[in-house]
Design a protein around this ligand. Sequence first.
Ligand code: GDP
Length: 421
Amino acid sequence: MSEDKPHQNLAIIGHVDHGKSTLVGRLLYETGSVPEHVIEQHKEEAEEKGKGGFEFAYVMDNLAEERERGVTIDIAHQEFDTDEYYFTIVDCPGHRDFVKNMITGASQADNAVLVVAADDGVAPQTQEHVFLARTLGINELIVGVNKMDIVDYKESTYKEVVSEVKDLLKQVQFNTDDAEFIPISAFEGDNIAERSDNTDWYDGEILLEALNNLEAPEPPTDADLRLPIQDVYTISGIGTVPVGRVETGLLNTGDNVSFQPSDVGGEVKTIEMHHEEVPQAEPGDNVGFNVRGIGKDDIRRGDVCGPADDPPSVAETFTAQIVVMQHPSVITDGYTPVFHAHTAQVACTIESIDAKIDPSSGEVAEENPDFIQSGDAAKVTVRPQKPLSIEPASEIPELGSFAIRDMGQTIAAGQVLSVNE
Ligand code: GDP
């Protein structure tokens, strides 16, 4: 696979059993991207049985096996490429630490394919995942209306499902112009890599075309610099070297920078990337850099580096919209779990639950509710227990989302609406 194509992180979302894994298998199979070890294993078995050929069913068995071992849907990446892009399939919602990985950037999805089974239509997790996708900032959505083979490739059934999904998208204020609908069968291979004769009433793009024609993710170089610090090292001959990934803006040698909330700063002396000195780093670059006058104990993981004349904001309190995914009981005012935002992990108190939001309409369902629980969305006011640098998602999306963790699991995800410094 070529490394010189732009990368896209793709999330495959949708209700359980609607065909997400089958679609992943189909995409890997059709693009010749089935992992080497699977091919090797298959060759051995085929030779033993005296059979040739490389069947799609075999890929599926293998993916199923791996999934049972907990391997597949991990960020042990599934990858494939089209003419334009190199795609990495990221973990999907409901599996392990999807939300946390997405927020901390380990598997931030650029776009998503929503799988909806034609024989079932919009189901509870379809709704949940669409809401989550919107909360987490996915912009373009490809909707695969799957299992068309089961409904005899009927155009009327396809249209019904499309209209159901459009209603759902409108309810969560997702622009339906940014969604593309395709009738597919992941299992039979219809409209995935080749146009299917079974759907002669459909003349839109097939799935791999639609993926290939997604817009390239725009690196946010024009925004202010935001570089969350992952680690701080001391390197002999250089001094203190904070390390992290540039989320937005540019980092140049000679720039005057500020670290917040540690509230120290200075001039950037050197920037190193892949063991080489560079004059500039851009969004997506992982860098180590050195700032005049900054010692190892002056800054820490969770600090955000930004321009000295427009430093990252530090929240006294902030308001946010959250979605509760799994909480064993109820969340009330005063609850203090750990918030994970970029590289920071800070205990924060939910001071007040200001309104319950109807996840299927985005509207206020109840002002000042006594509690919220799994499945609820709400507007809340939050007070970090230690200084936390965070930004409104509307201004800097990369630094405006967070995951809420408690008892070893991700219980909620959210986006910052406003920051009170
Ligand atoms: P997931 O839970 O969303 O990952 O769903 P799976 O990929 O595991 O699929 C659930 C079941 O639906 C499996 O038995 C698949 O073989 C079947 N399936 C998936 N896609 C199709 C399809 O396009 N047509 C048919 N007939 N069955 C499908």
